[in-house]
Design a protein around this ligand. Structure first.
Ligand SMILES: C[S@@+](CC[C@H](N)C(=O)[O-])C[C@H]1O[C@@H](n2cnc3c(N)ncnc32)[C@H](O)[C@@H]1O
Length: 302
């Protein structure tokens, strides 16, 4: 009998947990990839987070609506345009926004493992509400990362400084959490110097938008750093506002399991195209390696 059939590896335990979580969600996924490590759901996250088992998710990245599409103006490709990311981004008023933030953050806190962490991005429109909600719920705030966009659009009114940063809050489930931080890797990635909380990362590159752009798409470099800093291989990552699934692409590239939720089909369609592109490339590379290995075998046999 082949003993390998009975080997219990970290990967097999995590794969089992992942499948269990997906089965508990109780609605048909919008998409599951071929490798069965990335799953998208088309649903309001408030209606589904409660069905995810408590203490099951290692890391959450959330890029919630900033509620900033309220008739203001911005500069896009050198032109003055009104800020309109979609109906989902129109403000409901500060009190309602805070209630919304508490509601989804509370659900996220429940599903995190005891040592799990959450990252939430935002601008001044929501980040103070997010930070206050985190304090009210008893999260332990670990860092407030200032993401410096390096080449932001100019401020056309010339009545303010150019908006050049976003904040990304990093928090552990609660005060008791022993969160994971890949300090050595972050140090290595920063020329062997301790990495600071100021991250200089440009907006998504054109090749990240070949399947059409999401109006608030995050750069893949930002998400790769977040995934590498706070998760181990085979960990389970959740994004409750997944959009075009930049988090899912980073998780897939780095060998983590992924669950992405969004209530808009058009954005999940983009997510599927992006993920398929990643898979095709990965498989192409694998096939290429196999081809070369076979060629070498042939040469050695001669
Ligand atoms: C800021 S965007 C996320 C962009 C994403 N980080 C990316 O890189 O493409 C927020 C997303 O949340 C979705 N959304 C808004 N309210 C939602 C809700 N209640 N449940 C699930 N998704 C929601 C929107 O459709 C939008 O795609």
């Amino acid at each position: 009998m082949d003993n390998n059939n009975f080997l219990i590896t970290d990967d097999s335990i995590m794969r089992h947990s992942y499948k269990y979580i997906i089965s508990k969600i109780g609605i048909k996924p919008f998409y599951v990839n071929k490798d069965e490590n990335s799953t998208f759901f088309k649903v309001d996250c408030l209606n589904v987070l409660d069905s995810i088992p408590h203490d099951s998710i290692n890391m959450i990245f959330a890029d919630p609506p900033y509620f900033l599409s309220n008739g203001g103006m911005t500069c896009h490709a050198g032109k003055r345009v009104s800020v309109d990311k979609g109906d989902w981004d129109k403000s409901m008023g500060i009190e309602a926004t805070h209630v919304f933030n508490i509601e989804w953050l509370r659900r996220c806190q429940n599903v995190l493992t005891k040592d799990g962490t959450i990252w939430v991005s935002g601008t001044s429109h929501i980040i103070y509400s997010i930070g206050f909600a985190m304090q009210q719920l008893g999260f332990k705030i670990l860092n407030d990362i200032a993401w410096y966009k390096i080449n932001p659009p100019p401020n056309l009114s010339c009545r303010y400084f150019t908006h050049a940063t976003e904040t990304v809050l990093w928090a552990a489930k609660n005060k008791m959490s022993k969160h994971y931080f890949n300090y050595p890797l972050m140090r290595k990635m920063n020329n062997n110097k301790q990495m600071q909380s100021l991250w200089s990362i440009t907006a998504p590159k054109p090749e990240e938008k070949i399947y059409g752009k999401h109006p608030t798409q995050k750069p893949i470099a930002l998400l790769e750093r977040i995934v590498l800093a706070s998760t181990k291989k085979n960990d389970i990552v959740l994004d409750p506002f997944t959009g075009s699934s930049t988090t899912g692409i980073a998780a897939y590239r780095l060998g983590r399991y992924f669950i992405g939720i969004d209530n808009k089909k058009e954005y999940l369609d983009k997510s599927v195209k992006r993920l398929n592109f990643e898979q095709r490339n990965k498989h192409d590379v694998r096939q290429e390696i196999k081809k070369v290995e076979k060629e070498v075998e042939k040469l050695v046999a001669v």
